[in-house]
Design a protein around this ligand. Structure first.
Ligand code: CMP
Length: 215
């Protein structure tokens, strides 16, 4: 099953077996904290099923969602590499199944299958690209543009429709764009009234990819 995780693609069947034998499967219920920002961590998680959010919170309970991750993605690799405390928290949005690799197992795997290092570098490069895009959006766009941009980023083509299929609360969107839930509510309402999107209980359909970036 690890074959479906990009980090491990390119490994021979023998190497894959080696890594698989060193991972432990973990089933985690919905809304559970898997990683806490600032803690010492020494495991890498590969998501086999389910979705998680990566976020940073403050003492007042506010949070900024850095990214939502799903099957095939990995997290927890940063502390594994630099031995620094966890850079962010991760919690489950759905029941999840993870394959967990400890630091010592990871080092053995790296020795025996150095191609894993290329997978790690690719994953880190992708993270940096995503983070660059997010910084640009936060710095250059107002809230309306940030909401529109985030919807487009989350949307996938499905049966001829452009759909944000994952169930997202307005608070989730607000936490992704650094705005209040009320502001997100107003923007979604405006986009609906202008015919750009249809909001349903479990999805948002985007009718026009050229979403406006201001009122
Ligand atoms: P680590 O620092 O070990 O623990 C938290 C994890 O969240 C981190 O490793 C990454 O795997 C993940 N993470 C941190 N920042 C981001 C980001 N901007 N986008 C996606 N994942 C991230």
């Amino acid at each position: 099953m690890l074959k479906n995780i990009p980090l491990f693609q390119g490994l021979s069947d023998d190497d894959l077996k080696l890594v698989t034998d060193m991972t432990i499967e973990k089933q985690v219920p919905k809304n559970s904290v898997v990683i806490t920002e600032g803690e010492v961590g020494d495991s890498l998680y590969a998501i086999m099923s389910g979705r998680v959010k990566v976020f940073i919170g403050d003492e007042e309970g506010r949070e900024i969602i850095l990214k939502m991750l799903g099957p095939g993605d990995v997290f927890g690799e940063m502390s594994l590499i630099d031995r620094q405390p966890r850079s962010a928290s991760v919690s489950t949005l759905e029941p999840c199944v993870f394959k967990v690799l400890s630091h010592s197992s990871f080092e053995i795997c790296l020795d025996r299958a150095p191609r894993i290092a290329i997978g790690v570098m690719n994953a880190l490069a992708k993270r940096l690209r995503d983070a660059d895009r997010k910084i640009t959006t936060l710095a250059l766009m107002d809230v309306y543009g940030r909401v529109a941009h985030t919807l487009l980023e989350l949307a996938v083509h499905s049966n001829g429709k452009l759909l944000v299929g994952q169930k997202l609360s307005q608070q989730d969107i607000a936490n992704m764009v650094g705005a209040s839930r009320e502001m997100v509510n107003r923007i979604l309402k405006d986009l609906s009234e202008r015919g750009y999107i249809t909001v349903e209980s479990k999805s948002i359909t985007i009718h026009n990819e050229r979403l406006p970036v201001s009122l």
